[in-house]
Design a protein around this ligand. Structure first.
Ligand SMILES: NCCCCC[C@@H](C[SeH])C(=O)O
Ligand SMILES: [Zn+2]
Ligand SMILES: [Zn+2]
Length: 307
C-alpha cells in the first residue's frame, strides 16, 4: 500500500506528516515520543513500535539522518517502519523481532541540516547550530558524543565538516539522543545508526584501534550479514571494526552507545560505493533499503537470542 511513496525521498515537512499519519493509522502498535528539539527548535520525534503483546524486556534503537546529505538513511527508517507494520504477523523474522523487542526509530536526527540540504546546500553534513565566535555554522553530530571527544579524526575548527562542537553533547540533537539512551540503557540492547555512502557494516571502536570485548561476536554478525547481502542481492558490503575498516572517527554515537553498555552497536554505511554517492537516485531506494533490512534482521534476531 502506498508503495511508490517509499520509493521517493521526502521533504522534512512530508516526513513530519508521515510520522503523525503512521501513528494515526497504527495506534495499536505505534507511539510517538518527543525526545527533544534541534538547534533551530524543530522537534525530534521517535516512533516506538511495539508488538501487540504485553510489556517486553528489550528494545532496539535505530537512528537515521544524523548527517543531512545522506538522504538514503531517513528513507531506510521510513522503509523499516512501513515493513515492520505491514509484515508483523506475516513475516516470521519481523514478528519475532516485534514480539521480543520494542523498536525506537528516530527518522531524522538532524532535521535542521536535512531541511538545509533541500533548500540551500545538498551536500551539507552537519547540524545548523550557530557558533557566535565563528562565521561558520554546524557541528558534526557524529563527532559530538562523549567518546574520546575531538581527538584524531575530528576537527576543532567550526568551519570543518567534522567539527566536534564546543564540548561533548554541546549540540541539542546529541543531548536528546544521549539523554534518551541513558534513561533507557537497561532495556536498549541494540544500537543501529544509518549513514551513507560506501556500503559498509561497522562496529566499535572508531575512536581508537582498540578491540571491543565482544569483537569476535560482532565481527561474525557483520560477516554473516555481508555474506547474505551478497548472496541475495549480489551486492558487496565491507565489514569490520570502524577505525580499521573506514577511518578513525572519535565522538561517534555508536562508540558512545557501546560504552554506555549497549554491547550490540553498529553503524551502517548504505549504498552506493561512489558512482552517485550521496545523490543516490530514488530508483535505488528499494534495493538499498532491502539490503539494510536484511542486515538489521540478522543482527536483531541474534540479539534476541543472546540477551
Ligand atoms: N562512529 C563512526 C563510525 C565510522 C564513521 C562513520 C561515518 C559515517 Se558518514 C562518519 O561519521 O564519518
Ligand atoms: Zn554519515
Ligand atoms: Zn558516510
Amino acid at each position: 500500500s502506498g508503495g511508490v511513496f517509499y520509493e521517493r525521498y521526502h521533504s522534512l515537512e512530508d516526513i513530519y506528516y508521515w510520522i503523525n499519519k503512521t501513528r494515526q493509522d497504527h495506534s495499536d502498535m505505534v507511539k510517538v515520543i518527543l525526545i527533544g528539539s534541534s538547534s533551530e527548535k524543530r522537534p525530534l520525534y521517535v516512533i516506538k513500535l511495539s508488538g501487540r503483546r504485553d510489556e517486553v524486556k528489550r528494545a532496539m534503537w535505530l537512528d537515521c539522518g544524523i548527517h543531512a546529505r545522506e538522504w538514503i538513511a531517513p528513507a531506510f527508517c521510513m522503509w523499516f517502519v512501513k515493513y515492520a507494520l505491514e509484515f508483523y504477523n506475516l513475516n516470521t523474522e519481523i514478528t519475532e523481532m516485534l514480539n521480543n523487542m520494542d523498536i525506537y526509530v528516530l527518522t531524522v536526527m538532524n532535521p535542521d541540516g536535512y531541511k538545509y540540504t533541500w533548500t540551500t546546500d545538498r551536500m551539507w553534513r552537519k547540524n545548523r547550530s550557530v557558533d557566535k565566535d565563528s562565521e561558520c555554522a554546524g557541528a558534526d553530530l557524529n563527532r559530538n558524543f562523549d567518546a574520546n571527544w575531538c581527538t584524531k579524526g575530528a576537527s576543532s575548527n567550526p568551519c570543518d565538516p567534522t567539527y566536534c562542537g564546543q564540548f561533548p553533547e554541546s549540540e541539542p540533537e546529541t543531548q536528546a539522543v544521549a539523554q534518551f539512551l541513558r534513561s533507557h540503557k537497561d532495556t536498549v540492547k541494540l544500537y543501529l545508526s544509518i549513514h551513507s555512502y560506501s556500503q559498509m557494516l561497522l562496529f566499535p571502536y572508531s575512536c581508537s584501534y582498540d578491540e571491543v570485548s565482544n569483537h569476535n561476536e560482532l565481527f561474525d554478525l557483520v560477516k554473516e550479514a555481508s555474506t547474505k547481502i551478497r548472496r541475495y542481492y549480489k551486492n558487496i558490503y565491507k565489514y569490520g571494526p570502524s577505525a580499521k575498516t573506514i577511518y578513525l572517527a572519535p565522538g561517534g554515537s555508536d562508540d558512545w552507545a557501546y560504552n554506555l553498555g549497549i554491547k550490540y552497536s553498529f553503524t551502517f554505511e548504505l549504498q552506493d560505493r561512489g558512482r552517485y554517492g550521496f545523490l543516490l537516485p530514488p530508483s535505488f531506494i528499494p534495493q538499498a533499503c532491502n539490503e539494510a533490512l536484511l542486515a538489521s534482521k540478522i543482527i536483531a534476531l541474534h540479539v534476541i537470542k543472546k540477551t
